[in-house]
Design a protein around this ligand. Structure first.
Ligand SMILES: Cc1cc2nc3c(=O)[nH]c(=O)nc-3n(C[C@H](O)[C@H](O)[C@H](O)COP(=O)(O)OP(=O)(O)OC[C@H]3O[C@@H](n4cnc5c(N)ncnc54)[C@H](O)[C@@H]3O)c2cc1C
Length: 498
């Protein structure tokens, strides 16, 4: 039986492993951390449970498609709760807008704030739906080999939407700054400024307002558990604490991987070598290339330093000694200047003075995540990749966040903190080998879209592919699942042909 080595047990690696396991290959996933899931790990402490990475379950159809490929459905593994509101955005003290699970209500909200904007939103979402169908049905599973993958009647009809930014379109039609920011928010998941994101990506607005925001009961790790179950049902071996230190090559082939226990990475004599007929590297692309000698890499350091990276993040996992009544499961704090903040991420990387941030209070919906009468919270500030963080910075931003949540919502919480843990740039680099500590991979700006992304195929080794958020289709959990599927599809063809 042919052997496949998958480096990295994040969503893309697990996805590739599931598809290749089902195809009958002998698959081993090597994950350096003590649990699979990649950036979606869990922090458990004193009865509180925090998702350390993704919290927004968007595009439920993509997850369903994944499970259907294995004759399963999401409901076989976890219960999904549709959040209502999907989220709430604060623009200042007592000044907030809720994005309802019912799009008609959101349209009414828009109309009540700015006459005419409800009608605009209805048309905008219709167009966004068309783009969603094109993106999901026709484009997203393409391997990103050439521009021709994008040329089809449906994209030709939308060519102008690649030249215009989402921001300029929205700002032409909507005057109210809050409504503008609500429509610009979804593309922030793509890791670029809305002013640099092509209008075509408004399919994210369709995902947001029409498909809705969901929560897995028990947290996002339920998806990791489900994928592990599927993988193991096809005899995939998932080896944790396995730090791959080299992709072994012979001529134009990868022939195996060398790895050591993560706790012993410095002692070479504890290294193991496993042979493989095919290798899929789903660890951060830049890092994965360092497992090869320089002449076998696709890209130089200069190439990587010239890429536009999606943000890193300053994160806090906080336990509160009381229920925080009145807060939405997902609450965004946009009571600061977005342009000033995004300039510190993309133009002149530096720590922001007054950043926008996001708060997730999942135990509001899901009591299993905190002890009775208590609440857990996750706060996330997007920051530039590559910044140096210090304990003082972490403390200062935390105090600022608590103060701003109190000012905006009128809910007192600073006197109820039981504990907090922080996580930032340095941790992303150490824990995931993330280039410059990025959290979300590469920005989806026009010049880094589809066939312009780092290629899946290694140019020098015919049986080495890359998967994950730095290659196609891009950042986010649904794209990571698809990335693994695309890589597995290419691998299957190549393994079959020799
Ligand atoms: C804080 C945060 C919030 C997010 N929020 C959302 C959200 O709400 N919704 C959403 O859809 N997406 C969200 N994302 C993005 C999403 O989580 C990622 O795009 C996705 O998880 C990436 O999966 P991946 O498989 O490409 O990479 P990873 O998850 O990074 O997996 C790669 C794996 O490779 C392992 N690895 C690295 N080096 C080695 C080595 N030498 N040997 C063995 N293993 C190695 C790493 O430990 C890691 O487990 C968020 C990300 C972060 C960080």
């Amino acid at each position: 039986m042919k052997r496949v080595a998958v480096i990295g047990g994040g969503f893309s690696g697990l996805s590739a492993a599931c598809y290749l396991g089902r195809a009958g290959y002998d698959v081993t996933v090597y994950e350096k951390n003590s649990s699979p899931g990649g950036r979606a790990r869990v922090l458990e402490r004193d009865g509180f449970r925090f998702d350390m990475g993704p919290t927004f379950y968007w595009m439920p159809d993509i997850f369903e498609n994944f499970f259907n490929d294995f004759d399963k459905k999401a409901a076989d593994y976890y219960r999904l709760i549709k959040l209502d509101p999907g989220y709430e955005i604060y623009f200042g003290p007592g000044n907030s807008v809720k994005v309802s699970a019912d799009v008609d209500k959101t349209i009414e909200t828009f109309e009540s704030i700015e006459p005419g904007s409800g009608e605009f939103l209805r048309k905008f979402l219709k167009s966004a739906e068309f783009n969603y169908r094109v993106a999901i049905d026709k484009v997203v599973e393409k391997p990103g080999k050439s521009v021709f993958e994008l040329i089809m009647p449906q994209t030709a009809a939308r060519v102008g939407q690649f030249a215009e930014s989402l921001s300029s379109h929205v700002r032409k039609h909507i005057k109210d700054d809050r409504l503008r920011q609500i429509l610009e928010f979804p593309v922030l998941f793509l890791g670029a400024k809305p002013s640099k994101t092509p209008l075509f990506y408004c399919f994210m607005n369709y995902a947001d307002m029409m498909l809705g925001t969901w929560h897995i009961e028990g947290g996002m790790y339920g998806l990791v558990d489900a994928m592990v179950k599927i993988a193991e049902s096809y005899n995939v071996k998932i080896v944790t604490n396995a730090h791959v230190n080299k992709i072994i090559t012979e001529g134009s082939k990868a022939v195996g991987v060398s790895w050591s226990n993560t706790d012993d990475i410095r002692s070479q004599h504890n290294s193991f070598s496993d042979e493989a007929d095919f290798v899929i590297a789903s660890a951060d692309y830049h890092f994965a290339e360092t497992l090869l000698e320089p002449s076998k890499r696709n890209y130089s350091e200069k190439y990587w330093s010239g890429r536009v990276f999606a943000p890193s993040a300053m994160l806090y996992y906080v336990a509160f000694d009381k229920k925080l009544d009145g807060l939405a499961h997902h609450t965004l704090f946009f009571d600061a200047d977005f342009i000033e903040h995004s300039e510190t991420i993309y133009d002149t990387p530096r720590w922001p003075n007054k950043p926008l941030f996001y708060g997730s209070f999942p135990s509001v919906t899901d009591p299993s995540l905190a002890p009775a009468g208590k609440e857990c919270a996750i706060f996330l500030i997007p920051v530039a990749a590559g910044l140096k963080d210090t304990p003082e910075l972490r403390e200062n931003y935390f105090l600022q966040i608590l103060e701003r949540v109190e000012q905006n919502t009128g809910i007192k919480l600073s006197d109820s903190v039981i504990f907090k843990e922080s996580y930032s740039v340095k941790d992303f680099t150490e824990d995931y080998h993330a280039y410059k500590g990025n959290a979300y991979g590469l920005s989806n700006i026009l010049l880094q879209t589809a066939f312009l992304k780092p290629k899946m195929q290694n140019r020098h080794l015919s049986n080495l592919l890359y998967a994950g958020q730095l290659t196609v289709p891009g950042p986010g959990v649904p794209p990571a699942l698809i990335s693994g599927k695309i890589a597995a599809g290419i691998a299957k063809k190549k393994l079959k042909n020799g």
